[in-house]
Ligand binder design. Structure first.
Ligand code: PEP
Length: 258
């Protein structure tokens, strides 16, 4: 068994204003308290919009909650004339632990390329937070049978110039694009195969101590119906969750199963 503590991370995307976010965190905290949830066995993190981070911070700090939180993207620059951008330090100063980097929706709609994603990863690490680096093949790569090489290549290209210490603070989310928001979930075996291939590559590049330290999450239509068998796989260390993280009962259930 590994020493890695599982992580359940909820990506709220562009949902919930700050009042809804506050209400959700309150409900989640109550439910977790009711069931005496053991945070030592499963870490929980929420990724609200920038506009809700301060509200979530106040709530978490005022009640000493063990729920962590983070942002969904970050600027690659530290300050200056970049209208509309938010820097890693600004996010870190709100008590954030994590930033999602390179989500497929960001790669598609913004668009973020590998060079930009490398710089985001570096900015997050330099600010003392952990990047949740999202990778995963589209349906086209899967059809061609090159999904493992593709996902491993995405991680490799973004991380190869990091130091061992930086790499050890990474979190990787394997999210096959065809599974995101579609209700089509990867089989436990294919989630395991991808996580193992990514871990092996990290071990080859940075050493086994890094490969074994990095948490690799699965993402793509995770729900309370499939979480248990996915987390049973040895290299799957938790989940990055979209739709199911908008429902407090569903999220609580997934945390219990993880
Ligand atoms: C995601 O957006 O990272 C995701 C996995 O979404 P969903 O759980 O809705 O498929």
């Amino acid at each position: 068994a590994s020493q890695r503590i599982p992580l359940v991370a909820g990506n709220w995307k562009m949902n919930f204003d700050h009042l809804e976010a506050t209400y959700f965190v309150q409900q989640l905290a109550w439910k977790l308290r009711d069931i005496h949830f053991d945070y030592r066995h499963c870490e929980i993190a929420l990724m609200p919009s920038f506009t809700s981070l301060r509200s979530v911070q106040v709530l978490v700090e005022s009640d000493n909650l063990k729920i962590r939180y983070g942002a969904q993207a970050v600027s690659v620059t530290s300050q200056g004339a970049f209208t509309g951008d938010v820097s890693a330090d600004m996010i870190a100063h709100l008590g954030c632990s994590y930033v999602i980097v390179g989500h497929s929706e960001r790669r598609k709609y913004h668009p973020e390329d590998d060079a930009n994603i490398v710089d985001q990863v570096r900015a997050v690490l330099a600010a003392g937070m952990q990047p949740i680096l999202c990778v995963g093949e589209s349906y086209e790569e899967r059809r061609k049978g090159i999904e493992l090489d593709f996902a491993v290549g995405q991680v490799h290209d973004v991380t190869r110039d990091l130091s061992d210490e930086e790499a050890s603070r990474l979190i990787v989310a394997y999210e096959p694009v065809w599974a995101i928001g579609t209700g089509m979930v990867a089989t436990p075996q294919s989630a395991q195969d991808a996580a193992k291939a990514i871990r092996d590559d990290l071990s080859a590049t940075f050493g086994i101590h890094v490969g074994e330290a990095v948490r690799i999450l699965y993402g793509g239509s995770v729900s309370s119906k499939n979480a248990e068998e996915l987390i049973g796989e040895p290299d799957v260390d938790g989940f990055l969750i979209g739709g199911a993280a908008l429902n407090v009962d569903e999220l609580t259930r997934i945390c219990q199963l993880t």
